[in-house]
Design a protein around this ligand. Structure first.
Ligand SMILES: NC(=O)c1ccc[n+]([C@@H]2O[C@H](COP(=O)([O-])OP(=O)(O)OC[C@H]3O[C@@H](n4cnc5c(N)ncnc54)[C@H](O)[C@@H]3O)[C@@H](O)[C@H]2O)c1
Ligand SMILES: [Zn+2]
Length: 366
């Protein structure tokens, strides 16, 4: 018997910067040429983002190779589109010296990041998020991937971007409903991590809804700061990173059960209300917290009730398959006071008695 040990301890600095501002998309290409000299840029975007003019803004008069995902949105976040992008890069003779740019919302970011993770065994990529959701959440953290026929984000990887360009001017072209729903992730960040940020959102809400660029840049910076500080401590979601799932156990179940009629943020807003009720009934949170959370979500125009055609049974079924579930028992991230996620025995998601969950679901029924 012979044993040859292959020793490989990976210690790699994967740090990166997020650049935030209004109008920075037009200088991103030049910035990337400095950050990653000599690389050929390949942009992945979608039909809506291109039609809104953001691809032209990014190219800024230069010839840039691109793949435009069409139709836009979740329905194209699959392996067929990944193959189409990879084939387009091959056809145009892109090589190890490629640099992928994800220009769009979370769909484009997740898909393009996955392409970058596997093309020629991995090439660098940059995120240029153009939705409130992507600028708050998906553009940082390095989770990339696509859906299967059976489940969301079924195939993927961890792949950190080399830079993020959050240009808040791009948010001007978003439709109102998507714009507001994406802001729920901002509210979520404030609730789990920063009470002062919660007050900021509350006070600046009118400006925020008018898409004030100064406020948008401020919240992008705070969101990315909060997400980064969580991801830094737990990059592969072994514990702490779960707090980013606040509102998502019930939220994701409602989103799925609605057949995606509710937007992700709208469903998560309901999930936050349910989780707040759980924390209240468990005596973990003071009774003052839930109404304050509800008021902020109402200002964002989020629904207060779960659609009537979705039964508790349907929600249970989906929650028991949630990624935080243990032995099919759903777990919930709770907030004990606004700005602070609850933690017990180093655990950030807890199983809750079924009767309390039923009560929490009642709280989001008319
Ligand atoms: N990787 C992560 O950590 C992470 C975190 C949260 C969500 N996600 C993923 O993000 C995806 C949702 O992201 P999303 O809400 O940004 O969806 P999206 O990318 O599908 O964008 C929503 C819609 O807005 C359009 N759009 C995007 N930017 C626009 C702009 N500036 N102007 C006009 N229209 C624009 C898109 O074409 C699309 O039709 C989901 O697939 C989800 O799984 C990933
Ligand atoms: Zn979310």
């Amino acid at each position: 018997l012979k044993e040859v040990r292959v020793t490989l301890v990976r210690q790699e600095d994967q740090s990166y910067s997020a650049m935030i501002g209004a109008g920075i998309l037009s200088t991103a290409l030049a910035d990337l040429a400095e950050l990653q000299p000599g690389r050929r840029v390949f942009v992945v975007t979608d039909a809506n983002v291109k039609a809104a003019g953001h691809l032209d803004t990014f190219a800024n008069g230069h010839e840039v190779a691109s793949y435009v995902i069409d139709p836009s949105g979740e329905q194209s976040k699959n392996m067929a589109t990944v193959m189409a992008v990879l084939d387009a890069m091959e056809r145009e003779r892109f090589g190890r010296d490629s640099l992928v740019v994800a220009l769009g919302g979370g769909t484009v970011g997740d898909l393009a990041g996955f392409v970058a993770a596997i093309f020629k065994r991995g090439v660098p990529y940059a995120q240029a998020p153009t939705t409130t959701l992507a600028q708050a959440d998906s553009a940082v953290g390095g989770k990339v991937g696509v859906d299967s026929e059976w489940s969301k984000n079924a195939y993927g990887a961890f792949k950190q971007p080399c830079r993020v360009y959050a240009d808040v001017a791009t948010l001007a072209t978003m439709d109102e409903r998507g714009y507001r729903a994406g802001l729920v992730e901002s509210a979520k960040h404030a609730m789990i991590a920063d009470a002062e940020y919660f007050d900021y959102l509350d006070v600046k809400m009118d400006l925020l809804l008018r898409r004030d660029r100064t406020v948008l840049a401020e919240i992008a910076a705070r969101n990315i700061g909060i997400k980064a500080s969580v991801v830094q401590k737990d990059p592969e979601e072994k514990g702490l990173r779960q707090i980013l799932n606040f509102g998502h156990t019930v939220g994701h179940a409602i989103e799925t059960a609605s057949g995606f009629q509710l937007l992700h943020g709208e469903a998560v807003a309901l999930g936050i209300l349910a989780a707040a009720k759980l924390a209240e009934d468990l005596g973990i949170a003071h009774q003052s917290e839930r109404p304050r959370m509800a008021a902020l979500l109402a200002k964002l125009g989020m629904p207060e009730n779960c659609p009537a055609n979705i039964s508790d049974e349907a929600l249970w079924e989906i929650m028991s398959r949630d990624k935080k579930a243990v032995n099919s028992v759903p777990r919930f991230v709770l907030v004990d006071r606004i700005g602070h996620a609850y933690c017990v025995d180093d655990k950030y998601s807890i199983a809750v008695d079924a009767s309390l969950v039923a009560k929490a679901l009642d709280a989001i029924r008319p």
